[in-house]
Structure formats: structure tokens, C-alpha cells
Design a protein around this ligand. Sequence first.
Ligand code: 4UV
Length: 517
Amino acid sequence: MIYRSPLPDVEVPALTLTEFVLGQARRFGDRAALVDGVTGERIGYAELVDAVQAGAGGLAALGVRPGDVVALLSHNQPRYAVALHAVLAAGAAVTPINPVLTPEEIGKQLAASRASVLITAEPVAGKALEVARAAGIAHVLVLGEHEGARPFADLLAEGRPAPSPELDPATAVAALPFSSGTTGMAKGVRLTHRNLVANLAQTRVGWRITSDDVQAAVLPFFHIYGFTIILNSGLLAGATVLTLPRFEPHGYLAALEKHRVTRAYFAPPMVLTLANLPGVEDYDLSALRFAFCGAAPLDVEVTERAEKRLGCLIRQGYGMTEASPGTHQVFDAEFSSMPAGSVGRLSPGTEARLVVPGTDTDVEPGEAGELLVRGPQVMAGYLDNPEATAATITDGWLHTGDIARVDGDGVFWIVDRLKELIKYKGYQVAPAELEAVLLSHPRVLDAAVIGVPHAEGGEAPKAFVVADGGLTAEDLLAWVAERVAPYKKIRDVEFVDEIPKSPTGKILRRVLKDREA
Ligand code: 4UV
């Protein structure tokens, strides 16, 4: 049984992501493409196109070519979009990096992606420079200024003409975000220009973003939700993308009011905060028409409380890095009729199946099963990892590792997660990575990590550890906290005699999960 979108397929133009997103942007002239919600810095559409071309010319002069990878390590700000599209226009791919990663974690992503240039920004430029030096990266550019790094603005000032790289959008990689997928460590996700163009073309049928819209962009551009759904979908439509470097509730609400934001994009912890925050009603949010939430499960009761206070409905989107990311969406036209707990319908050109986990057998109609999705937005594969690619995509079907159900009307619900991935505040935390850190402790004999419910994060990592004595939970919490980014921290430890494993040595996470429940 194959489920299809109720909307007709879309044609995917044979363009690069930058050609598709900015090819017509000059017609928006001086309209604001991006506004910094903190500093007020503003980039108009014509100015954005000029800057992207000059940036591409400058990068080409540094030797950046098709096939190269440029790392982008910055919080959200208007110049992020300039740097991103300059890299793409030079023919290279971007690997977006979370600025809160530790130097070791950044070094790993630089090495795995074979990045040859790093573009960074304050306040992490110092850390970035150190890591880049250790990784042997020749060119470090900074959005703004930092001693020892070349200002990206230098490239713009040189005003070189943009190169015309030969790229096949169907095969050339545009973005290399990292995701652990259904199992194991984080892997580079090869998203081609065509994958990303397809997802923008698909989602824009249901979401009628226009040049009158203002999109709040506080969810990070280094994550695929911010990258495609917020930043590039906004630029494609000629809307104004309002960037905020972090979610500070009152600052955020004040920015929504001041800039008359029409479309807001949340992750569940933001919705929870807004549902409980005193004073939300004091802000004039009358311009807000659509609010979306995705990246992790969202509680319906919390949603309804937040909706009342914001004066705007909140509807979910669903997707994953490996699908560029969108596969399910609540179309604007059905925004008020779609149930809050659902993730809406399949995007145009997207197919789905629900199978008995671990099999190729469809579940009975109405029953929940593992969600498989197929469409032009599905990644070309994991970087340097054909085994993981083959395990994740079969006959074009992407195994999401999520359990979903669908009603007779084609509306989907995500009801559980089968894969081992933990989502803390919507950010990916890979148990395998934390287990490796725990096992690197000389007194840890065995370890397993699962996600357990957490008030603020939705879910947080808990470790089960077999140790040779004399070790406290505090010791282990500190050991891990010193070695991983703050959002990955283990928040609970339980010492056990043995880790439940299958005969082949695979950790039986379900046993631990059931024990927790
Ligand atoms: O790979 P990733 O970190 O990707 C994302 C993507 C979030 C999106 C995508 C399209 C949208 O329109 C949108 O609003 C948000 O987070 O993690 C993918 C996993 O996150 C869980 C699920 O386990 C995915 O496999 N996830 C994403 N959205 C939801 C969700 C949701 N609405 N409900 C429950 N889990």
C-alpha cells in the first residue's frame, strides 16, 4: 500500500539551489531579504544577489571549486545567507556546523567532510580558528571581524565576478549536514542541489509564502529545518527572514511584535516555554497568521495553551535531515481544520508506506508501522558510508525509524520513535556517540544510553553503566560533560550489573526503555 500526496507532483527544475532560490530575486529590489532581530542589520534582495556573486568570485579566487566543501560555523545572522549562497555559487558544498560543538566535535566534522575552507563568526571565531589550524585548513573567513581571520567582507569589497561552475544539480552535493540517522554515529548527509530544490518546490505548493511575509528565524540555519524550511523557503518567496541568534522568550516576542512577523517556526521546547511564560498577551502579535512546529513530538495540550496565548494556531511539520527535510506538512489552506497532533499530509511528489518494523510487510490499514518515504527530496546517501546508506534506503524508500499511522483521509500522526536517536530540544543526540565517550573512561566496562522523558528538553540521555567500582554518577556526568556539547550531556546515570544485549551483541535498548517506563 503506497500513500500519495493529494496534491499533484511538482516539476523539479534543473537548477542549483542558489539559481532556484535567488535566480529571480532581483525583482524584489530593495525589499528586505534578511533583517537581524538584534542589531537591525538589513540586507535587501538586490544587495543579497550582488553580495552572493562577489562572495562566490572571492571564494573562487581562493581556489574553491566544484567538489570542494566549505564549513559554515555561525549562529543565525543575515550574512549567513550571503556566505551560504556564495559557497554554492562557487560550485562547492556547504557543511553547516553547530557553533556550540566542542573543538574536538568540530574537528571531527571538518575532517569527515574534508572541508577546505571555514567560514565562521563571533563569538566562536577564536575556537574556530584553533580547530581550523589543528585541522590544517588554509583559509578561515569571518563574518564580521576577528584577529587572525580574514573578514568575509574583504571578498565582497574586491567585487570579483562570480564564476560559472559546471554543475549537474542532480548529482552535485549542495549541503552536507550531519545526522546519525537510524543508528550509530553522526554521518554526512549528501543532499544534492536537486534534493533541496525539490523540497522547496514541493513545500511551496502547500505553503503560500509571499513577499509580504516575515518569517521568524530563531531555529538554527545549521539544522535542516532552519536551512530549508525557514531560510531558503523565505528567500525563494521574496519574504523577509528575521534572524535571531538564540531563543530568549521576551526578546523573541518583542521581535515578533516589532517586525510584524507573519510566520513563526518552533521546536517543541519553545512552544512549552510560550505556553507557560507570563506576559505573552502583552505583545501585539496580530500579524502572526501561521505558526509551525517540528523536529520532535509536540504535546497537544501544551499546543492549545500556547495557541490561546499567541492568538495563532500551531500546526506541525515533519521531516528529517535525510529528506532535505520535509515530507509531511499542514497546508496553509487546511491550517485551521487539521488536528493539532497530526503532521498533516504528504507533500507533493512524496510517497509513503507503513510497514511492520524490520520487515517489508505493510501493516493492516489503520495500524501504526514504520514510516518509509520516497521522493526527489531523499538524500543521495551518507558520505563515505555505503553500508549505512544501503541499510537506510531500499528501492528508493527512506526508512525514517519513526512509527506513524495514517487515517482514512490521508492525515499522518507520528506516534513513536523506533530508532535509537535521542532528541534534546529537537537537537540530535546519538546514543552511540555518548556510549563511546563513556567507554573511554578507564573504569567503565560497558555502557548503554537511551532517551528518557525530560521536562525542558522533551527527552534527554540517560546512561546505564557497568563499572568496576569506585565510580560515582557525578564522576561520569562530569566525564561526559567535559567531552561533548552541552545539549548532548547525559542527565542521569544508573549503575547496572549487565547491559541487555542480543546474541549478536547489539544493545537491546527497548528492554531498557521498557524498564524505565
Ligand atoms: O534529522 P532531524 O534532526 O530533522 C528534523 C526535521 C524537522 C522538520 C522538518 C520539516 C518541517 O516542516 C518541520 O517543521 C520540521 O528534525 O530529525 C528527524 C527526526 O526528528 C523527529 C523524528 O524522529 C525524525 O525522524 N521529528 C521531526 N519532526 C517531528 C518529529 C514531529 N513533528 N513529530 C515527532 N517527531
